[in-house]
Design a protein around this ligand. Structure first.
Ligand SMILES: [Zn+2]
Length: 498
């Protein structure tokens, strides 16, 4: 599909620069492919056009006495069975739902106590750490570039590669802890490694082996956080991931639901600022690099989610300018804290303050909460708890468990005076924790090694290709992203990128 024909089937949506538009969309122009027929809005004097689609008003704001009336030319689509809201608020279609979400936010009000500054991290999938570079990524140059522009990159390395980390690469990671970190990108990176219909014991063996393979990793900024190969995993894996001690799992909601629709996740899954799986596993929303990455960022920012953008080394075949572009686009949204995914997992909670009592809703089993002033008591809420589970509260040093109790979904108010201890560390241990070393690894097979060698060779030879060919291949990938976004929900969910 040529660029011209692509633009023919995509509409431009322009937002006003008006202060009533959320800053993530204010003054922006994005494409969307949703072609739902819109009604004609008749403008009156004094109306403010808040958005236009292909130059026609889509969203008007009108004053009526002391009230404000919003007129929208298209009604939001009803959710089908087991669909989630996030599937209707995506790069494919966003303009119809946005006015309603704005309205609901205006009625409900902004959260009284913002939990943490907005966080961001860029993830680069696949690099092994055998040498000082991988494809178009040179680790030293990347670290220096990240330091210069103030961003953070998490390298997602496949566990089969974790047996050897080049000492010079290790030194770079340790020298730039604010800019580089390491996470787990699956075990063998086989097709549907965690997304096929497998037995629970098989999933457990694969997930445990990945942790075993990283056991010798001495990088100070390594975290047992899972980014599944091909972006997703079956819902049955979340319990195993949690029990084995992973701190979090990255998840692209539309892909996850496409694969797990029968599991009937709540309609709000993936739309909140603090999501957690039913097993208490922290989920970090993951954006997939595409030509619509600016819109992906705007949607995540509007939802008050951390901005985690997953890329590949070949996305930077023209240099690291694109990384600087990402950083500038994200920093435009306001104060941004660039950090590791471990830090993002620890900040996965929301706050609500009533008088001097602070309600902390956890989205992670380990959080560090900086308390607002005038807090004398805290109530800890854990949405996943079914009966009674242990809960530990510590001060900033984390050396002494100040409170160690059993509680259900919500605790009674617990005395915790802010003036003495402004940082509260909360741990919610897994009930049926499984040590990875106690799990029998899967039977040895030759194919994972052969496949890994082929992948390594392909990625390392990539920079030797003529730039025109690389450019052609990258454009084809862009078109694959787009055609995926326009296809069925199931196809969206099963979309995968190596
Ligand atoms: Zn990968």
């Amino acid at each position: 599909m040529s660029t011209d024909s692509k633009e023919n089937v995509r509409a431009t949506v322009q937002f006003a620069g008006d202060a009533c538009i959320d800053p993530s969309f204010r003054g922006c122009c994005f494409y969307e492919s949703d072609s739902t027929q819109a009604a004609v809005l008749l403008r009156q004097d004094g109306d403010i056009v808040l958005s236009e689609k292909n130059g026609t008003p889509l969203w008007l704001r009108r004053k009526q006495g002391s009230s404000v009336l919003d007129l929208v030319a298209v009604r939001p689509k009803p959710l089908a069975t087991n669909e989630i809201l996030r599937e209707h608020f995506s790069t494919h279609s966003f303009s119809h739902l946005l006015p309603l979400l704005h309205f609901m936010r205006e009625v409900a009000g902004q959260p009284e106590t913002p939990a943490v500054p907005r966080q961001a991290c860029i993830v680069i999938d696949d690099p092994s750490l055998y040498f000082t570079s991988y494809g178009f990524i040179n680790f030293k140059k990347l670290a220096e570039h990240a330091k210069q522009h103030g961003y953070h990159v998490a390298i997602a390395t496949i566990a089969i590669d974790a047996w050897k980390i080049n000492s010079r690469v290790a030194a770079i990671f340790n020298d730039y802890p604010d800019n580089l970190s390491l996470i787990i990108h699956g075990n063998n990176h086989l097709w549907q490694e965690l997304s096929a219909d497998r037995s629970v014991s098989w999933l457990r063996a694969i997930l445990a082996q990945a942790l075993q393979r990283f056991k010798g990793c001495r990088l100070q900024n390594y975290a047992p956080i899972l980014e599944a190969p091909y972006g997703t995993f079956v819902a049955e894996a979340t319990e195993q991931i949690s029990q084995l001690g992973y701190a979090a799992a990255l998840c692209t909601p539309s892909q996850f639901i496409g694969l797990n629709r029968q599991s009937a996740f709540p309609a709000a899954f993936g739309s909140g600022s603090t999501d957690v799986f039913p097993d208490g596993l922290c989920t970090i929303p993951r954006l997939v690099m595409s030509e619509d990455w600016r819109l992906e960022i705007a949607i995540a920012a509007f939802l008050r989610q951390p901005i985690v953008l997953a890329c590949h080394h070949q996305d930077f075949f023209e240099g690291m300018g694109l990384l600087a572009e990402f950083t500038a686009a994200i920093n435009r949204l306001g104060p941004i804290h660039w950090c590791s995914l471990r830090e993002i997992a620890k900040a996965n909670y929301s706050l609500r303050k009533e008088n001097t009592t602070l309600y902390i809703t956890l989205g992670s089993r380990n959080v560090e909460c900086r308390l607002p002033p005038d807090v004398n008591a805290v109530v800890i809420e854990r949405p996943w708890v079914k009966q009674q589970e242990r809960l530990i509260l510590m001060d900033e040093s984390g050396t002494n468990a100040t409170i160690d109790i059993l509680s259900g979904v919500a605790t009674e108010p617990l005395t915790w005076k802010h003036k003495e201890r402004s940082v509260l560390r909360i741990e919610s241990p897994v009930l049926a924790a499984v040590h990875p070393d106690t799990v029998e690894p899967p039977a040895r097979r030759l194919w994972p090694v052969v496949r890994k060698v082929l992948q390594e060779a392909r990625d390392r030879l990539y920079p030797l290709l003529p730039v025109t060919l690389i450019s052609y291949l990258q454009n084809r990938k862009t078109q694959r992203y787009e055609s995926t976004a326009q296809s069925s929900r199931i196809a969206k969910g099963s979309y995968a990128r190596p």
